[in-house]
Design a protein around this ligand. Structure first.
Ligand code: HEM
Length: 478
């Protein structure tokens, strides 16, 4: 007879249990540490770079003025060098030659966006700005570009609408009766209204608190998303579960913006007639309906909300900051302001409102705007890119999926292409007869596949919005 003896369960004492849990936690930590250190190793043939601190890498070096730090590092390690952002291997491109080689000559290879935890969480790598390079990017970009042409720069009426916005803007300045005020909100509202005309077919009034609040928290998120803190989140995404901290603020803001946009989109799509779009939202909904049931289509209601938000913020933050820098530099350099004024007065006699055609007759203003964009570096590190396939640059090997930072600041301060780059001098964009001249190493909108300049949206925008806005502004500064 076989007797089965049940195993005796010996009770575990409390210190033993604690020891067990401690050992397990230690093993887990050791595993995570080893995994992190392995992730931080530079692959063979990878560009050199500053030594990383174990675990966090070079994250803290990017906490303040990262573009300046990165340019200095390029003087030590060369135009292309690498960084470790807490296990995220990154390549930094500096100087015009290097940026052109990668973004232009190898445009396809450097066209992707990195799959960072923050982007995944915020927009699921969809929308427009941080969309992966491929079908979704192509579809969304094509629609955005054609909508911007169809409802914007391609229409004569659009120019008139910009002039009208300028009048609202000037009237709002007048309300301050010559007393000092911070123009930030006013400029933001006026600038975003130009994008709003294309996206919603309408402007928002300057006292629309809901819209203003949305822009404010969206801008706050843009700042948070490029802060050192965001780099930490990308390296250690499990901090998401910490119930306090800036990441929670970012998530709360994003949810609020999303809900607001959803409501606004619903409102502006009322009365839509299919195939007769009045604005970008209608055009998107047409695409959505046409592609319903098409396998692999990237058009979705969620992506519509992301795209609308990104177009508003991409157009507003950049153009607003350009105009704010312009105001500051006009105040700092009264002699330049004087010349700008003279040119406006000579072209716009009898107080006539400016038109796009007048731009050709204003080479000095064109030069001033270009110098502001060069000197002030509106987007100094571009938008992070990634390699879409293995790449070879300057003899280095960069594996597919590597994050790429384009230091546009280093391009605009590249001594090979600019004399005295640290001096603010609009003359560098003029020839000896005072005609405007384009400069090769002028890349405020970046270069290549993901640059909006290629499709000329940003550039049309600047051409149309800024000269008109500046002339209004100068009329008031006088
Ligand atoms: C002074 C004005 C502007 C500046 C300096 C600027 C700068 C930039 C830069 C540096 C990039 C990154 C390109 C890259 O990844 O290489 C970018 C992308 C982008 N910009 Fe602008 N921009 C401006 C105005 C605008 C405007 C008015 C809009 C539209 C309303 C816009 C929409 C976009 C979009 C959608 C992208 C993403 C393109 C893509 O990934 O395919 N930008 N911009």
């Amino acid at each position: 007879m076989i007797s089965i003896k049940s195993p005796s369960l010996t009770p575990v004492s409390c210190p033993q249990a604690l020891l067990g849990v401690g050992c397990l936690a230690f093993a887990l930590l050791a595993f995570m540490l080893v995994r992190q250190l392995v992730k931080q190793r530079r692959p063979p043939g990878f560009p050199p770079g500053p030594s990383p601190i174990p675990v966090i890498g070079n994250i803290f070096s990017l906490a303040t003025e990262p573009h300046v730090f990165l340019k200095k590092q390029s003087e030590v390690h060369g135009q292309i060098f690498s960084l470790d952002l807490g296990g995220i291997l990154t390549v930094v491109l500096n100087g015009y030659d290097c940026v052109r080689e990668c973004l232009y000559h190898q445009g396809e290879v450097f066209a992707d966006r990195p799959s960072l935890p923050l982007f995944k969480k915020m927009t699921k790598m969809g929308g427009l700005l941080n969309c992966k390079y491929g079908k979704g990017w192509n579809e969304h970009r094509k629609l955005a570009c054609s909508s911007f042409r169809y409802f914007g720069s391609g229409q004569k009426l659009f120019e008139k609408k910009i002039s009208e916005e300028c009048m609202f803007f000037v009237d709002a300045i007048d309300e301050h009766k010559g007393k000092p005020f911070n123009p930030k909100h006013l400029v933001t509202n006026a600038v975003s209204n130009i994008t709003n005309l294309i996206i919603f077919g309408q402007r928002f009034t300057y006292d629309d608190r809901n819209f203003q609040h949305m822009i404010e928290i969206f801008s706050e998120n843009v700042e948070l998303a490029v802060s050192g803190w965001a780099l930490l989140y990308n390296a250690f995404p499990y901090i998401e579960y910490v119930p306090f901290g800036k990441h929670q603020k970012l998530f709360r803001n994003a949810a609020e913006v999303y809900n607001f946009l959803q409501e606004v989109i619903n409102g502006f799509s009322q009365g839509r007639v299919p195939h007769a779009p009045r604005h970008y939202v209608d055009a998107y909904l047409d695409e959505l309906e046409q592609n319903a049931g098409v396998q692999g289509s990237s058009f979705s209601y969620e992506n519509l909300i992301y795209s609308v938000g990104e177009l508003i913020i991409a157009g507003t933050e950049t153009t607003t900051n350009t105009l704010r820098w312009a105001m500051l530099y006009m105040a700092l350099y009264p002699n330049i302001q004087e010349r700008v004024h003279k040119e406006i007065d000579s072209v716009l006699s009898n107080g006539r409102a400016p038109t796009l055609e007048d731009k050709q007759r204003m080479p000095y203003i064109e030069a001033v705007l270009h110098e502001i964009l060069r000197f002030c570096n509106i987007v100094p590190l571009g938008i992070f890119r990634a390699t879409s396939q293995d790449a070879k640059v300057n003899g280095y090997t960069i594996p597919k999926g590597t994050m790429v930072i384009t230091n546009l600041y280093s391009v605009h301060f590249d001594e090979k292409y600019w004399n005295d780059p640290g001096v603010f001098s609009p003359e560098r964009f003029l020839d000896s007869s005072g005609n405007f001249v384009r400069r090769e190493a002028f890349l405020p909108f970046s270069l290549g596949k993901a640059s909006f300049l290629k499709t000329s949206i940003s550039y049309d925008w600047l051409n149309q919005v800024i000269p008109q806005r500046l002339s209004c502004l100068f009329a008031d500064l006088r």
